[in-house]
Design a protein around this ligand. Structure first.
Ligand code: GLU
Length: 461
């Protein structure tokens, strides 16, 4: 069974780079009907940000990326949290120590720091059990892994092929810090073993950690997972992706009204493409078509225009009632007071013009008069006032018929009919279809606008 994990640190919201990793893991798992695990890597307590875990969960669920396992919390599964798994890390640490594959290190200062690569193995590596047992009760110490001295560590990476590392370039690294917290490399391996992770799909930035992790899998006699290190996402100038490239966090995209399927689609395309050459892919198609073989080694370039375009395409494909529900929370209530029927008519008339749900306000504005007062053309305006005040039922069908009648009464047709009407109602020469404009504005408002237009015409004339 395919088992994958997404393992964010709770240091902030989900950004394009790590959301893409989550999406890849999730699609791949769904493709193979496997199990997808969410694991919060929160052992680096100084860097944890309050609320970040909840934000990550919300972001994932908004993308439709759900997980299958974990301790039950509030009636739902997961996530796993490393901070709750200390017992496991200590059990595995004891195993390595008992087998002589790890040793207690009493060095203090810089060389004790897990971040500093030591060139020389320290004397602690040679201390015997009795000596270390005694000292460890009294002195702070770390636990270090004894890296084999001359070994080629070969990794068959599903994306990059065979990658080799020389163990002589890897210093004995820390497994447990002096406060007994596990380091990243150690916790990840223990978790991946205990959670029976079959595929580790993550950013290429972690490739350099992989030899250490592989040494630990081997030392613990656990099967290595398949590793797939996917290339980076860069800005258009090939620099590290940031806000100035137009990239935002998932929470911002959500707030800006992007279609989550547009994001899912775009984040997928940042890593692989469909054999069909088709760009706009549904959730189902993405699941059916994902394959690690299709992930290349070249870095991807973030393109905000393409993301908007995909969001627009997914919005265009939504059933009308779903789209209306989706735009509702974005309608600026201080500007527009529309009942469901009017909102629905306005959305139906403009539905191919949305890149985000928030575009609804710009689209609605086109239905209403601009600040520019327009001189109405008397003949058409008068005929419209007369016909429209008598329309029995204010529906788009009835209004379509009424416009014909206005034509007949005024003796105008085509542009000579539509343009003055449109100008009188919206102050613009172009816009949504007239029956929709009339319906959305409502009778009262329409008659008012026509009156204003007539009065302005008089004043001007
Ligand atoms: N916590 C790591 C990160 O956020 C992920 C580690 C991994 O996938 O192995 O980059």
């Amino acid at each position: 069974m395919i088992r994958t994990r997404f393992a964010p640190s709770p240091t902030g919201s989900l950004h394009v780079g790590n959301a893409r990793i989550a999406v890849l893991n999730w699609l791949f798992t769904r493709r193979h009907e496997g199990c997808f695990v969410l694991r919060i890597e929160d052992t680096d307590t100084d860097r944890n940000v309050a609320g970040a875990e909840a934000g990550i969960r919300d972001d994932l669920l908004w993308l439709g990326v759900d997980w299958d396992e974990g301790p039950v919390r509030g009636g739902a599964f997961g996530p796993y949290r490393q901070s709750e798994r200390a017992a496991s890390y200590h059990r595995y640490a004891a195993r390595l120590r008992d087998a002589g594959q790890a040793y207690r290190c009493f060095c203090t200062g810089e060389s004790a720091d897990e971040g500093v690569e030591r060139r020389e193995r320290c004397a602690c590596a040679a201390l015997d059990d009795a000596a270390t047992a005694e000292r460890s009760a009294a002195e702070p110490h770390t636990l270090r892994f004894r890296v084999p001295s001359e070994q080629t560590i070969a990794i068959e990476d599903a994306v990059r092929g065979r990658v080799e590392f020389a163990s002589r370039e890897i210093a004995d690294f820390v497994l447990l810090r002096s406060d007994a917290r596990p380091t990243y490399n150690f916790a990840v391996v223990v978790d991946d073993i205990e959670m029976r992770i079959s595929h580790v799909i993550r950013g290429v930035g972690h490739l350099s950690n992989t030899p250490r992790q592989v040494l630990l899998f081997d030392a613990l006699e656990a099967p290595r997972p398949v590793f797939a290190h996917v290339p980076m996402v860069l800005g258009s100038d090939r620099q590290k992706l940031s806000k100035r490239h137009g990239a935002a966090g998932m929470a911002e995209y959500r707030a800006q009204g992007y279609h989550p399927d547009g994001l899912l689609n775009y984040l997928s395309l940042l890593s692989w493409s469909s054999p069909s050459g088709e760009d706009v892919l549904t959730r189902r198609q993405l699941i059916e078509e994902i394959s690690l073989d299709r992930i290349g080694v070249a870095d991807a370039m973030f393109d905000p225009a393409k993301l908007s375009w995909l969001s627009a395409k997914h919005i265009e494909r939504m059933p009308l009632d779903e789209l209306v529900e989706a735009v509702k929370p974005f309608v600026d209530r201080s500007r527009f007071h529309l009942d469901d029927a009017k909102l629905s008519a306005a959305v139906a008339a403009t539905r191919t013009h949305y890149a985000t749900f928030a575009d609804v306000n710009e689209q609605l504005a086109a239905f209403f008069a601009s600040d520019r007062v327009q001189v109405g053309e008397r003949t058409v305006v008068d005929a419209a006032s007369r016909v429209l005040s008598g329309v029995p039922q204010w529906s788009e069908d009835a209004l379509r018929a009424a416009i014909k009648e206005i034509g007949a009464v005024s003796g105008r047709k085509g542009r000579a009919l539509y343009e003055p009407l449109r100008l009188a109602l919206t102050g613009r020469e172009h816009g949504p279809p007239l029956p929709a404009v009339l319906f959305v504005q409502g009778r009262e408002r329409v008659l008012e606008s026509l009156q204003t237009a007539a009065a302005t015409g008089d004043a001007a004339g």
